[in-house]
Design a protein around this ligand. Structure first.
Ligand SMILES: Nc1ncnc2c1ncn2[C@@H]1O[C@H](COP(=O)(O)OP(=O)(O)OP(=O)(O)O)[C@@H](O)[C@H]1O
Ligand SMILES: [Mg+2]
Length: 360
């Protein structure tokens, strides 16, 4: 168990700013996930922690001790890669034993160490197989076993599940988390899959353009995104412009008065999650406490467990709603009028310009 503290970390590749002033704290034993689109700097940050390349500036400390100038093999940090990185000419057992042999651990300790770790990743029965006789999921478990057998203080994983098919990815997701919890090992995990990040992590750190946008518990990231980028990248959101009037502000789409809810100056956008928008067939009585948006139906996708409704408001803004299938809605033909309502508490507000920061 070890905490990781990163301060003012910066990494340039020529003119490319891959990491810009990264400051973060990873509590001891946490499962900490770096989430963001391609090119946002996730791998660069992981490799900088591992010591595979030097930072341009900044500090990295493990349990308070600076490591940023140590060579990779002295950092007590292990990494699991996307493409397994197992030795093809060594058996499962020998692959896992490799790191211990390098550290000159004696034979009997290697034997028990490897047996223990193979048990953790549930590969004991395949110890004598060669890598080409294993499935992708089994090879990735070998990769994980190789990393944890040396008992590193920090485990780094760069998209370890992305080469696996969807079903296996979900199975292995739960298992990785179980193993991480059992060992209590501080873990930095990289993914661009938001569902994976939300499902596995204690803390999700959303990155964009080499900058941390928000680091928080999964539920906070989802319910209280710090800016418009996070609100768009994690889950889906509808953005509706809010117009200023002399008396306050209104939602342009429905004319609903949202004056009481925003005090900030300047142009504002309102965000509503698709699952917070309820569709009502024509003629339904509407609860007066709800915000009403009148719209025209464009298309409905019936997906079994849920239906997706695509519509356009009177102001021409596109709206997506998601709900349990309702026969009265599914039956509505395109271009029919539909009334949407939203609980006022479900609205979030963001500045329309600049960084699109969340407004209180
Ligand atoms: N060796 C390099 N030389 C120059 N630029 C690089 C190098 N490695 C990465 N970059 C650039 O640094 C930025 C961050 O790259 P990085 O690999 O960290 O992104 P990532 O978040 O891991 O993306 P992905 O999800 O595609 O793996 C990108 O703009 C990338 O083009
Ligand atoms: Mg990457």
């Amino acid at each position: 168990m070890a905490s990781v503290e990163i301060t003012g970390l910066r990494k340039l590749y020529g003119d490319v700013v891959a990491l810009s002033d990264i400051t973060l704290t990873i509590p001891s034993g946490a499962f900490y996930t770096l989430l963001g689109p391609s090119g946002c700097g996730k791998t660069t940050l992981l490799r900088t922690i591992a010591g595979f390349h030097a930072q341009t500036s900044g500090q990295i400390a493990v349990d308070g001790a600076p490591i940023e100038t140590l060579p990779a093999h002295k950092r007590d940090v292990a990494m699991v890669f996307q493409d397994y990185a197992v030795f093809p000419h060594l058996s499962v057992h020998d692959n896992v034993a490799f790191g211990l042999k390098q550290r000159k651990v004696d034979k009997s300790a290697i034997k028990t160490g490897v047996a223990e770790v193979l048990d953790v990743v549930q590969l004991s029965h395949l110890a004598d197989r060669m890598p080409h006789e294993l499935s992708g999921g089994q090879q990735q478990r070998v990769g994980l076993a190789r990393a944890i057998v040396v008992r590193p203080k920090v485990l780094l994983m760069d998209e370890p599940l992305s080469n696996l098919d969807a079903k296996l990815r979900v199975d292995l997701r739960a298992e990785l988390r179980r193993i991480q919890r059992d060992l209590g090992i501080t873990t930095v995990y990289v993914t661009h899959d938001q569902e994976e990040a939300l499902a596995m992590s204690d803390i999700v750190c959303v990155m964009h353009g080499g900058i941390i946008q928000q680091a928080a518990a999964p539920l906070d990231i989802y319910l209280r995104p710090a800016n418009r980028f996070v609100a768009t990248f994690v889950g889906a959101n509808n953005f509706l412009d809010v117009d200023r009037t002399s008396g306050g502000a209104v939602l342009r789409s429905g004319g609903a008065d949202v004056a009481a809810r925003i005090s900030a100056e300047g142009p504002v956008t309102c965000a509503i999650r698709p699952e917070d928008i309820h569709a009502h067939p024509p003629g339904t009585a509407i609860d007066p406490g709800r915000i009403v948006l009148a719209a025209t139906m464009r298309e409905i996708s019936f997906l079994g467990r849920e239906m997706e409704i695509f519509a356009v408001t009177e102001a021409g803004e596109e709206i997506k709603a998601v709900a349990r299938p309702d026969p009265a809605i599914v039956a509505l033909p395109p271009k029919s009028p539909v009334t949407f309502t939203v609980d006022p508490d479900a609205l979030s507000f963001f500045a329309r310009g600049g960084n699109g920061d969340r407004l209180p």
